[in-house]
Design a protein around this ligand. Structure first.
Ligand code: HEC
Length: 166
């Protein structure tokens, strides 16, 4: 056993090496997010680079002229446009379309686009509210947007409030 104890310091060193070698990576993997952010290199939640750190699309044009021109016309690029830069909205200041009982309206000027969803039933509620306020003019204006199907019940409701719409 004397020979064995002569190796004791070596054995201890080996044990420590194994222990640290196995445990340290575990300890590293358990670093908190702020610790990881202090580390050099990439980490998914690193704060984004500032805008000035990017070269911008112009830098790609000299070698990728064709792709540069194409990309500007893709639907993906258009989804990122501000409404004020949208050709479709600029050239169509009022867009209206109907889906089932709902009417969608997009009204645009140079700076803004207002997206509205209107339906016969929503207008029926407006008519009733105007009638309750005794506002005959606006009640009639809103009634013009109510479909024939919803019309009679609204007119009846207003009649009960003493407002004759017909
Ligand atoms: C100095 C010339 C040059 C510039 C500037 C340049 N590229 Fe490239 N790029 C190349 C070359 C050459 C290739 C390889 C083309 C090939 O393999 O057909 C390439 C390939 C690519 C590819 C891979 C295309 C594929 O089909 O796999 C992408 C994506 C790309 N470039 C994006 C960009 C972007 C984004 C920029 C601007 C930030 C840019 N490049 C600027 C020369 C350039």
């Amino acid at each position: 056993m004397a020979t064995f104890s002569a190796f004791a310091p070596l054995r201890t060193a080996l044990l420590w090496t194994l222990t640290l070698g196995l445990l340290l990576p575990v300890a590293r993997a358990q670093l908190s997010t702020p610790d990881h952010l202090q580390d050099p290199g990439f980490w998914p939640t690193q704060p984004g680079a500032s805008r000035g750190d990017y070269t911008g699309p112009e830098a790609c044009r000299q070698c990728h002229a064709e792709k540069f021109a194409d990309q500007a016309k893709t639907a993906m690029r258009r989804t990122m446009l501000k409404p004020s830069a949208s050709e479709a909205l600029r050239t169509h200041p009022q867009l209206t379309f109907d889906v089932g009982p709902y009417r969608y309206i997009i009204e645009s000027d140079a700076q803004h686009s207002l997206y509205t969803q209107k339906s016969s039933r929503a207008y029926a509620l407006i008519v009733r509210a105007r009638c309750a306020q005794g506002d005959l003019g606006n009640a009639k204006a809103a009634l013009a947007q109510v479909s024939a199907r919803d019309r009679s019940s609204v007119v009846r409701a207003c009649g009960k409030l003493g407002i004759e719409l017909n």
